[in-house]
Design a protein around this ligand. Sequence first.
Ligand SMILES: Cc1cc2nc3c(=O)[nH]c(=O)nc-3n(C[C@H](O)[C@H](O)[C@H](O)COP(=O)(O)O)c2cc1C
Length: 161
Amino acid sequence: MLIVYESRTGFTKRYADMLAEKTGLKAYRTNELPETAKGEEIIFLGWMRAGIIQGLNMLRTYNVIAVCASGIGHAPEPSAEEVISMNKIQGMPFFYLRGGCLPLKEQKGLYRIMLSFFVKMLKSGKVKTENPEESASIIENGFDGVREENLEPVLQWLKAR
Ligand SMILES: Cc1cc2nc3c(=O)[nH]c(=O)nc-3n(C[C@H](O)[C@H](O)[C@H](O)COP(=O)(O)O)c2cc1C
């Protein structure tokens, strides 16, 4: 079994590394997959962009047995049901891991533009979300939600297999 992950700013990578340390499994970035990955079971971790789990599509022909998605909210946004449906992972174990966000001024290029626009939308009340002020503040000021205990459900699932 392998851990494979996709991470832009490092929060999801930290979960992948933590999971590797706790399980003894090796963790690979999607673009560094070894030849042998085709024959292995894979636990995939990816960051969410507008509900789409980044990197997952590159593994459609691989034996992915569980998917973890990182995002900025307390709970998955969109909802877990929507994420499962949007990413076509029905019937597969799905785990949400709260990730984090670099401060807006440290974001680069197009992502900075997209996130600035999203902050404006949040502040103007145009986005339907649980706590728009908190979300806007997280994006503007940065936030680190990576916690070891967030991996507990994944570890429990692995143990029960
Ligand atoms: C353009 C963009 C869209 C995002 N969309 C979502 C989203 O739909 N849901 C969510 O929870 N987080 C969303 N995020 C936040 C990231 O998923 C979150 O910061 C993640 O933990 C980053 O992981 P990384 O450091 O491994 O790249 C978005 C971030 C960006 C830049």
